[in-house]
Design a protein. Structure first.
Length: 156
């Protein structure tokens, strides 16, 4: 299986939004607002300052995606690339798609002087994913995530 990784384009927006809806339902049992997700995906694809999507293809078929967003670290004088919105079609899981994404991101990040780290968060109960990330050389940090949703009903 030859896997190709490319940057996402605006033409990918419908599929990326669909993958994100499936990801939320599958991983957290959430049914997201489809229009809100579509607008959010389009916003990223139109403005790379918000983030970048990467698309995995096998023989022209899109089989997975992930997004990176950026966090500036004044302590480290560099950008942290947050890996988010990872989705791989079920029939392509455990076939090295995430590993290929991860290796691609490492190569890109190491070629830039402004990137100091790759990070991601994982649901505490998702031990299979945690083990996969550790096998790739990532380490668990001592941070926990806290959040306050300031939007009424999650909308703007």
């Amino acid at each position: 299986m030859e896997l190709k990784i490319r940057e996402g384009a605006l033409s990918d927006a419908p599929l990326v939004a669909d993958f994100n809806l499936r990801l939320a339902e599958e991983s957290e049992g959430l049914r997201l607002d489809e229009a809100l997700v579509q607008a959010g995906v389009a916003a990223v694809l139109k403005d790379p300052a918000k983030g970048l999507y990467y698309i995995a293809e096998v023989e022209g078929e899109v089989v997975g995606q992930l997004m990176i967003t950026y966090e500036w670290s004044d302590w480290r004088n560099g950008n942290i690339w947050w890996i988010q919105s990872v989705f791989v079609k079920p029939e392509f899981r455990r076939a090295g798609v995430f590993r290929t994404f991860y290796n691609h991101l490492q190569t890109l990040a190491r070629a830039r002087k402004d990137v100091c780290s790759l990070r991601l968060y994982v649901h505490a109960e998702n031990t299979r994913a945690s083990q996969s990330y550790e096998r790739l050389g990532m380490t668990r940090t001592h941070y926990e995530i806290y959040e306050l949703d300031v939007r009424k009903n999650g909308e703007r």
